[in-house]
Design a protein around this ligand. Structure first.
Ligand SMILES: O=C(CO)[C@H](O)[C@H](O)COP(=O)(O)O
Length: 232
């Protein structure tokens, strides 16, 4: 089966957890896209749910699928968020933000009673860090923020190149929130919670792509079938 087929399988399994009347966070990326498409089919069939999208791209897709939407200004908690990830480790800590939506993704996940991560099984890693860590920053004072990030890396025992993410045409990639993203090539993050805490202390860092203790379930689709991992 091709990658899209695996992503769809994971999305379909997560859909089994969506019940009538739920408020659902809608993730971003190619795997979350499969979930939104399948949810749209359920809505067309009469299921009553209300979604909160984690990006403008997901909002556009959900609207096209006629999924009713709301915001976190209008509802308090969400029952469930279903989102993809760039990496998942055995503690269900994640690297996210490959699609640049990490800030809204984390806000929505943190407002949810449960987060189910859906992915093909290439995203499963023993230790986070093979995928470059996205860090959303404000443009003002970028050099100072990069220096502070390098210090945070050293204090948590990692190092590596940092690069400002470029989008189409080589222009700086701008997030839905109007910020920039620095991708940090760290290789191996032995203590992800510590690094997450240190990055959160830096004034110019808006948010980082380490999702610690947010995911409760991972649904991983591979050639051998689907594996469901619950956080202990
Ligand atoms: O964090 C994300 C977007 O900010 C995505 O969930 C992550 O990049 C995985 O994307 P895909 O499902 O396309 O592999």
């Amino acid at each position: 089966m091709d990658m899209d087929g695996l992503k769809r399988q994971a999305a379909a399994r997560a859909l089994e957890h969506v019940q009538d009347g739920m408020k659902v966070g809608l993730g971003t990326g190619s795997t979350a896209r499969q979930f939104v498409e399948l949810l749209g089919e359920r809505v067309a069939g009469g299921m009553k749910v209300i979604g909160v999208p984690t990006s403008e791209a997901t909002r556009a897709q959900a609207e096209a699928c006629n999924i009713p939407l709301t915001t976190l200004d209008e509802v308090d908690r969400l029952d469930l968020t279903v989102d993809g990830a760039d990496e998942v480790d055995p503690a269900l800590n994640l690297v996210k933000g490959g699609g640049g939506a990490l800030l809204r993704e984390k806000i929505v996940a943190a407002a949810s009673d449960r987060m189910i991560v859906i992915a093909d099984d290439t995203k499963w890693v023993d230790v986070l860090g093979r995928f470059p860590l996205p860090v959303e920053v404000v443009p003002f004072g970028l050099a100072a923020t990069l220096r502070a990030m390098a210090t945070a890396f050293a204090q948590s025992g990692v190092s590596g190149q940092m690069g400002l993410r470029k989008g189409n045409g080589g222009h700086v990639f701008v997030t839905d929130g109007g910020h920039w993203i620095v991708d940090a090539h760290l290789g191996r993050i032995a203590d992800a919670p510590r690094l997450a805490g240190l990055l959160s202390l830096i004034p110019g860092v808006v948010e980082h792509g380490l999702f610690i203790g947010l995911a409760s379930t991972a649904v991983l689709a591979g050639a051998q079938g689907i594996r469901v991992v619950e956080r202990r």
